[in-house]
Design a protein around this ligand. Structure first.
Ligand code: UD1
Length: 362
């Protein structure tokens, strides 16, 4: 059985790393890593492959940036060329980025069995490109690997057969557990005299938060004022480069950095007082690490990070954001627990299931 494992953007690399490790451990060597090239800068891609010990991709489709349709169609064209030369038996896609959806469509159009890791997440917000990617990918998938029971319920509601849905846990947390002892203090830690629980982390990349420059600046100013005496480390996603090219921040408690490597970033998260973000993956990592997290969105596809975890939703409501920052500062954040099966064994479960499918097919 030949397996294609698709990745394209930063969170995908974190999600495939433990699956690759587990495939190799089980001597399943007939797999190809297909990197779509959606993320291509050294610090958005190569650093992740190096640190997470992911083998060099068998193919890099080099699609780079573009509008959603351009990026998606380029991925489709180029992945199809590979499939037409040699067809895999199973295509595994992870997460919800454009690369996930594009390759899912190509695989299914070529009658290849499709497995989706992190299936069934729904925010209900179709203005998010990721929600469209999730719905399309799940509408085509044959096998669903989920991170929560809520995701199973969403899939069943959409008419998926229970026997094809496997609640396995979270591969992003597998990576976190695998590398927790290797988190690496970044240079800025010393340079800015950071110490445990003394600073916040801010990350922003959602079009709804960053594409309107005026609103973005208001949001950043308010966050800076609310955090008053604490430093805020703000690794700047490439999507924001244009914004900051001709604009310097006047807030002297904000420290801008380039995107950080996985081990540096997780070191910072693990020692932060709190995280303010619009990322979905980060709400899972902070839940596992028990770090307070304020999400600057009004919906989430990961409800367990709120019901069990350390996450809260604040939208872009300045009053709410300020109240939550105060709670963190006063050390009165809610108690939390770690969701079921976020235990570092998810990829092992996935590979066991793949192995059993392989046997059934023979
Ligand atoms: C993508 C995903 C998002 C995920 C995020 C993680 C989609 C629809 N979005 O968003 O779900 O949370 O990745 O980071 O798939 N750029 C670079 N260098 C790079 C990568 C991107 O300069 O290596 C720039 C591009 O010029 C582009 C912008 O960043 O204009 C956005 O990149 P893109 O991959 O389209 O979406 P993200 O915002 O990164």
């Amino acid at each position: 059985m030949l397996i294609d494992l698709i990745c394209g953007a930063r969170p995908n690399f974190i999600k495939i790393a433990p699956i690759v490790k587990e495939l190799k451990k089980n001597r399943i060597n007939k797999f190809r890593i297909i990197h779509t090239g959606q993320h291509y800068n050294t610090n958005m891609s190569k650093f992740f492959f190096d640190e997470l010990q992911i083998p060099k991709p068998n193919f890099n489709l080099n699609v780079k940036s573009g509008t959603h349709s351009k990026q998606t169609s380029k991925i489709m064209n180029r992945y199809e060329e590979i499939i037409l030369k040699k067809k895999p038996d199973l295509c595994i896609v992870v997460g919800d980025v454009n690369s996930t959806m594009a390759c899912a469509i190509v695989a299914k159009k070529n009658n290849i069995k499709l497995a989706h890791v992190e299936a069934g997440l729904r925010s209900g917000d179709l203005t998010m490109p990721e929600e469209i990617n999730r719905i399309v990918t799940d509408s085509l998938s044959d096998i669903f690997f989920t991170t929560s029971i809520d995701a199973n319920k969403n899939l069943i509601k959409e008419g998926k057969k229970e026997k094809n849905i496997y609640f396995v846990g979270n591969t992003m947390i597998d990576t976190l557990i695998n590398f927790k002892n290797k988190f690496k203090k970044p240079h800025i830690y010393k340079r800015y005299n950071l110490s445990k629980n003394s600073y916040f982390i801010l990350t922003l990349h959602r079009p709804s938060n960053v594409d309107n420059k005026k609103n973005l600046m208001i949001l950043i100013n308010e966050i800076s004022n609310s955090c008053k005496n604490s430093k805020i480390i703000f690794p700047v996603h490439p999507r924001l480069h244009e914004v900051f090219k001709n604009q310097s921040l006047i807030n002297d408690n904000i420290i801008l950095t380039k995107p950080l490597s996985y081990l540096n970033f997780l070191y910072l998260i693990n020692n932060a007082k709190g995280v303010i973000t619009d990322s979905g993956g980060l709400t899972e990592e902070t839940t596992y690490l028990k770090i307070p997290c304020i999400t600057l969105r009004s919906t989430t596809e990961r409800p367990e990070t709120i019901s069990l975890g350390t996450n809260v939703l604040a939208g872009n409501n300045i009053i709410k954001i300020n109240q939550y920052i105060n709670k963190i500062t006063l050390n009165t954040w809610k108690k939390s627990s770690i969701p079921k099966k976020w235990d570092g064994k998810t990829s092992n479960r996935i590979v066991k299931i793949i192995n059993s499918l392989k046997k059934n097919d023979q």
